[in-house]
Design a protein around this ligand. Sequence first.
Ligand code: HEM
Length: 461
Amino acid sequence: MSTMIHSASPPRLEPWSAIPALPGGAPWIGHSVAFGKDPVAFLSEGRRHAGDLFRFRMMGQQVVFACGPRAHESVFKAEDSVLNAGDAYPFMKPIFGPGIGFDAEPEEMDRQMSLLARHLTSTHLQRYPTIMEAEIETCVQAWGDEGEIDLVPAMAELVAAVSSRCLLGPEMRRNMGSDTVGLYRDMAKGLRLAGLLNPGLPLPAFRRRDRARRRIAQELQHVIDTRRNGPNVAHQDMLQALLESRTTLGQPVSDETVIGMTIATTFAGVHNSTGLASWAGVVLLEQADMLPQLLDEQHRIVPAGSPLTAERLHGMELMGRCIREAERLYPPTMVLMRKARKPFVLEGHHVPVGTLVMISPTVAHRMVSAFADPERCDPARYADGRQEHLRPYNLIGFGGGKHRCIGRAFADQEIKAIWSVLLRRFDLRLLGAPHRPSYSTALISEPSAPCVLRYRTRQRG
Ligand code: HEM
């Protein structure tokens, strides 16, 4: 009897032209106006019209959008030499500076990221919670016993205080007033679609972005000069680690590079964390039936007079699930992009060199195939037995693969610490529901105004 061997023929690749193209769009600018107005509505509508893979044009560029875990995996796993993040985010270059982050060659970027990542992982995470708690307490003492405060600016102030103190050290924290928070916002408002074309165009938003960056760089330079020339103090922050680091040739890293890496990290962290801390507040406070359990968890894990520690923050499971649900429903970064440097295959289709490849956590997290009843706010979906977040490439609010967020654990501690202090100290209510996303701070989603937090100090006992 002869044995027949069937060799599986490779799946047939479809040409680029087989990817459905969205109708409409103006000459050259394509669909830029609709995308710029509301990227999530535009992409969701595109998906309803054309399915999980479609193409359109924006600012003279071809864009392909793909949705679903398999597409996410192939984008996240692609080599930088094939799909490049830096080429897709040219508008970051004026903020980070030349040769920093995405603007560096892939090997140099890897070196920079591993230097930064060291300060965002376990040893340092053990130290941060007590520092975070002290900073948050100092900020909220200024709120008084009761009142109302706009949620997003309040979160921006707390996040900036915590990040600057933990990562940049006491001097930057002392210098950081609402003015500095405004400077970071001015930089964020420079993230515009026009920057895809040329981030150096003479637009008012780009001028404000550059002015803000110069001011922050000056503040940092002042701190660096004092540290380099002043008395030897054993600083333990990320800024100091960067100052003491060496290039691959063993040379000290230039001040310009230290400043660029510092701005890149705090910028990446502050805006995303402000967005997620605000949305976490919406999820925590709008689940009225869950509030008593959340308070129980707080009082059980942090008995009166006990400090916040890494273990205690880690143990706040219910709060963790609420934050994860905020990440799913309202991921701060709503689109992630790469540019094809070499021909690429996406969902069985050829993608030509020069194409912008786009995925969207916001759109993907609402796929019925990805999450049960996806429109429903349901933190229990992450509890034992369900754990919907563990399906590979399903929950992608912090990215995935090689370029996944290195600040995730830090952001998790920061957001838990903020809401742990606020919940234990105040009776809280959020006014202005329902809260819808606003994309006015460039590419980051935040609850739109008015979103007011009413607080009143809890009675003892
Ligand atoms: C809630 C807070 C945060 C969210 C939602 C978030 C989200 C993300 C996402 C989606 C990416 C992937 C970008 C891409 O693939 O194109 C990313 C990368 C990154 N994040 Fe975060 N992030 C947060 C907080 C932070 C913090 C606190 C830091 C630092 C202190 C940070 C530093 C970075 C860096 C340096 C990268 C680039 C990594 C690489 O390309 O290799 N992030 N983040």
